[in-house]
Ligand binder design. Structure first.
Ligand SMILES: Nc1ncnc2c1ncn2[C@@H]1O[C@H](COP(=O)(O)OP(=O)(O)OP(=O)(O)O)[C@@H](O)[C@H]1O
Length: 677
């Protein structure tokens, strides 16, 4: 029960410090006596102050004739109010109060104030009206790094350079939020005058160390920035993200989550996840406190997602669960696309390296005539397979060169390329050359020898002049082509091989087959991919390019300066028929470079039979006194031609030349001296 009473203060100086002390003393006496609690309130203010608090009473600044309300709680409040009112209205005769009692109250109040000052974390510096420091608390020492004994009793502006309290004393105006740096510390200071009875009796500065606040504000700023950034990421990611707190309440879901689960944030935020979306994994993780990764979940839309849910612990305490979910369909599509892209890349890489390999391999074959182009296209296609190839063409047309290029362009390029010239090896040795022999297999076989087929295993064997192989060997070769196996001469072991066969000939195999010289079955086995290299006379357009190529090649080899070929010389080369084909052209160029003088390869450096091809028929056949020596075939052709012109029939021409009728016929056909019917 509270009792109230309004009274007017009559004391001439209002409730000043000593009156407040006396009143506080009296108030506590009455409180005890009647077992009550008394407050004082100014009529126009809300705040009520316990009567026992001297400092608080003085802060009310109650003057003479001010109205106050006395409030008393307690059963005997009426009596207590009567006694304290009487005391107050009596004008508080201070002479009746023992100085000792008042001093006690003042002491207590002063000590309390000091304790308060000391325990404040803000620095406090008080000066009197002369700007002499009277209070400098511990926090002030700590913040400014200055010692109290060097401050108290000294004028503030003398010991603290930046102190502005003297200005406050002069103006009586407050200075708020003044920032200053003392040492390395940022300090914010509020300064106020202390005014008693309208007189400035001092000033107080309250300062606060802002370094920590600044640091915290920076930290807060960074945290805010991070929050903003993560917020943006979360809002825009394609993953469904949700968070629940430790009670299972939904605290966050992002737009993808809303879409995938067909929910609206404003409807489910704050609700329990288990109630709203029981299929979601987060509830389970909240209970188990263990993360779950890669959990397939079927959402409302029949969309399958893969969810990862992780509990969040802060200082060891479970604070909630965060989950991320990715649509499987999207994932699967991405995987599919990735796989397709990988396959494509692999394919293109293979194609690229294969094409590069083929291009490089065929780079050494010069010529751009249509016929050669066709041959190269065919050969590059054949290179991609492992089929047997039969290269046809006159001597010197580049059969071996092409065979090597095919090998280089093929998958087997890093494996051996073995060449066997079937015409150059005596018949009785060819078998052992091709298939090898065991030690003691025949006289002279002193040790086991590997054949060329074994050496070429995994690679390519080039059987040059295949038309010169005898029938027995043809059988054995046929078996290798069919079965991919053979035995060494004198050996029992069957040797398996994986070899690409490229055969070459300048012979007319079809005729040989017809005559029974060449096995038909072998012919078909070899002729899987036929490639015909045209003679040079049928692609004369390639001559300038070839000539240039050989000039460059030879000059480089001989370390001499490259020469240009004159138009006349080229004309001469182009008018010649080249029975020895490109090999012959290469030789002529080499000879011309060796014999010719000057910076150009001129017509003079060419042999006379090439220079004067137009007059060949009218020329003396062979003039060996001249330094020009042509390939044997050139002379042979001319001799046969002459003999036939003179003797008309093969028989008589043969007799005149001292060779058989058959040889004359063969040569005449070879040099196209007769019309084939
Ligand atoms: N198109 C070409 N470009 C550059 N050089 C070539 C070309 N054709 C052939 N040659 C060169 O001509 C010479 C003869 O070629 P290759 O030995 O390949 O002919 P071949 O037809 O195998 O001859 P043979 O039947 O007499 O064995 C080689 O030096 C070769 O490098």
């Amino acid at each position: 029960m509270a009792y109230r009473r309004k009274i007017t203060i009559k004391h001439s100086r209002g409730i000043h410090a000593r009156v407040a002390a006396a009143l506080a003393y009296k108030g506590s006496e009455i409180n005890r006596k009647y077992d009550v609690y008394i407050w004082i309130q100014k009529t126009n203010e809300d705040i009520k102050i316990p009567i026992t608090s001297m400092v608080a009473l003085t802060t009310l600044s109650i003057r003479k004739d001010d109205e106050i309300i006395l409030i008393c709680e307690g059963e005997r409040g009426q009596e207590a109010l009567a006694e304290i009112s009487e005391y107050l209205l009596d004008q508080i005769d201070l002479s009746h109060v023992s100085a000792d009692e008042v001093d006690k109250v003042i002491d207590k109040t002063t000590l309390t104030s000091e304790k308060i000052f000391e325990s404040l974390s803000n620095g406090i510096m008080v000066v009197d009206e002369n700007n002499v420091i009277t209070i400098f608390n511990r926090a002030a020492e700590k913040i400014t790094g200055l010692k109290r004994e060097n401050m108290i009793g000294y004028q503030a502006h003398k010991v603290l350079e930046d102190s502005k309290l003297h200005r406050v004393l002069q103006t009586g105006e407050e200075m708020k939020g003044d920032r200053q740096v003392i040492g390395k510390t940022m300090i914010i200071t509020n300064r106020s005058p202390i005014i008693v009875e309208e007189k400035i009796i001092g000033a107080v500065a309250v300062f606060q160390d802002m370094s920590e606040v600044e640091r915290l504000s920076h930290e807060l700023e960074s945290v805010r920035e991070i929050k903003e950034r993560f917020g943006t990421i979360l809002e825009h990611t394609h993953d469904a993200i949700s968070m629940i707190d430790e009670h299972g309440k939904i605290t966050y879901i992002n737009p993808t989550f809303e879409r995938i689960w067909n929910v609206k944030g404003e409807k489910i935020l704050g609700k329990n996840m288990m109630d709203v979306l029981p299929k979601d994994v987060t509830g389970r993780v909240l209970r188990s406190k263990k993360k779950e990764l890669g959990v397939p979940v079927q959402t409302a839309h029949h969309t399958k997602i893969i969810t990862n849910a992780t509990p969040i612990f802060i200082d060891g305490k479970l604070k909630g669960v965060v989950s991320t979910g990715k649509e499987i369909t999207e994932l699967q599509q991405m995987m599919k696309k990735l796989k397709e892209a990988e396959e494509k890349i692999e394919y293109f890489q293979q194609e690229l390296s294969r094409n590069q390999r083929i291009e490089e391999a065929f780079h050494s074959i010069i010529g751009s005539s249509g016929t050669l182009k066709e041959v190269l296209t065919m050969a590059s296609k054949a290179a991609k397979t492992s089929s047997t190839i039969l290269i046809r063409g006159e001597s010197g047309t580049g059969k071996e060169l092409l065979a090597r290029a095919i090998h280089q362009a093929s998958e087997k390029k890093d494996k051996p390329f073995i060449r066997v010239n079937c015409a150059a090896i005596p018949e009785n040795l060819l078998e052992s050359e091709l298939f090898g022999h065991e030690k003691g297999a025949f006289t002279g076989a002193i040790k086991t020898k590997l054949g060329k087929f074994e050496l070429a295993n995994q690679g390519t064997i080039f059987l040059d002049e295949i038309g010169d192989m005898n029938r027995d060997l043809q059988v054995k070769l046929l078996r290798v082509l069919q079965e991919r196996e053979f035995e060494r001469i004198g050996g029992l072991e069957t040797i398996k091989i994986n070899v690409r066969v490229i055969a070459a000939t300048n012979k007319k195999l079809e005729e040989m087959v017809a005559k029974g010289i060449f096995r038909e079955d072998l012919y078909y086995r070899l002729n899987v991919i036929p490639i015909n290299l045209p003679p040079l006379r049928e692609r004369k357009g390639d001559i300038p390019q070839l000539a240039e190529h050989f000039i460059e090649k030879i000059c480089k080899r001989e370390n001499i300066e490259t020469k240009e070929i004159t138009r006349k010389a080229l004309n001469a080369l182009e008018s010649y028929d080249w029975p020895g084909n490109i090999r012959e052209l290469e030789n002529i160029i080499e000879r011309g470079l060796a014999l010719g003088e000057g910076s150009e390869l001129c017509e003079d450096a060419l042999p006379s039979y090439i220079r004067g091809k137009e007059n060949i028929h009218s020329q003396e056949l062979i003039n060996l006194i001249h330094d020009d020596v042509a390939p044997l075939e050139v002379y042979e052709k001319q001799i046969i031609q002459r003999a036939l012109e003179k003797h008309k029939t093969f028989n008589r021409a043969a007799k005149a030349l001292g060779i058989t009728h058959r040889t004359v016929a063969l040569k005449a056909r070879k040099y196209q001296l007769i019309k084939e019917s």
